[in-house]
Design a protein around this ligand. Structure first.
Ligand code: C5P
Length: 228
């Protein structure tokens, strides 16, 4: 069955250290109705002030900072981000329940906290190297439970785990999946990938997609292709 994808469900990752290029791409994409994701690459160069022209576009913004620190420090950072006008912010679920609760409390009602479970660039061997036992699926389920019990609005996981997590938590969480690759495109450093249709069919609410759109000759057309 082909499920229709709403453009708002697509967070286009503007992974760029060039604010002019990123803003120009965002303006090109605005008429398609997609949402934006800005992350560490942009934020480490331009900080919160650099986000203002993107917020002015009125496209939903997901600030992907993947915070991971002691609860007090994360809470202070989340309070600062909550004043910027973005709608979503990521923290690492591996920061533990106290850190997650502190982030949720500091965010208030302005920003939704999304917990990153296991990066989609990590496979089983990479997980073993950092001392995680079990498969990526088991680690994602453990961390999703932590996120749900700590009041997070959603989790970020690979398209390959989303069905199993949704089966446990249903609509209590939103499910955001990076690692999206249209058929035939380059996987790059992503390891646990799926096509947009596969990810939505598996239960993702939002898809994060970067290079297949930002690296396309015609990014707006690449989005149209993704939606059809
Ligand atoms: O270019 P690509 O489609 O691989 O971009 C994916 C985006 O999603 C990047 O900005 C990356 O930081 C982010 N991300 C990820 N895996 C996660 C969380 C976020 O790839 N678990």
């Amino acid at each position: 069955m082909i499920l229709s994808i709403n453009p708002k469900q697509l967070f286009i990752a503007l992974d760029s250290s060039d604010a002019d290029a990123a803003l120009s791409l965002a303006k090109t994409l605005a008429p398609t109705g997609v949402s934006l994701k800005l992350g560490l690459e942009f934020y480490s160069r331009y900080g919160g002030a650099g986000l203002a022209p993107f917020c002015a576009l009125k496209m939903p913004i997901f600030l992907d900072l993947k915070l991971h620190d002691i609860p007090n420090t994360v809470a202070a950072a989340v309070r600062n981000v909550a004043a910027l006008g973005v709608q979503y912010l990521t923290v690492h679920a591996g920061g533990g329940s106290a850190m997650l609760r502190a982030a949720v409390e500091a965010a208030g009602s302005n920003v939704k906290i999304l917990a990153v479970t296991i990066l989609t660039s990590l496979d089983s061997n990479a997980l073993k190297e950092i001392g995680y036992s079990g498969t990526p699926d088991q680690a994602v389920l453990r961390l999703a439970l932590l996120a749900a019990e700590s009041g997070c609005a959603g989790i970020v996981c690979s398209p390959q785990e989303v069905a199993a997590v949704r089966a446990v938590h249903g609509q209590r969480l939103s499910y955001i999946t990076p690692g999206i690759r249209p058929l035939g495109s380059d996987t790059g450093d992503q390891r646990r990938t799926a096509t947009p249709q596969q990810a939505i069919s598996a239960g993702a609410d939002f898809l994060v997609i970067g290079r297949p759109v930002t690296g396309a000759e015609n990014p707006a057309q690449a989005i149209k292709n993704l939606l059809n």
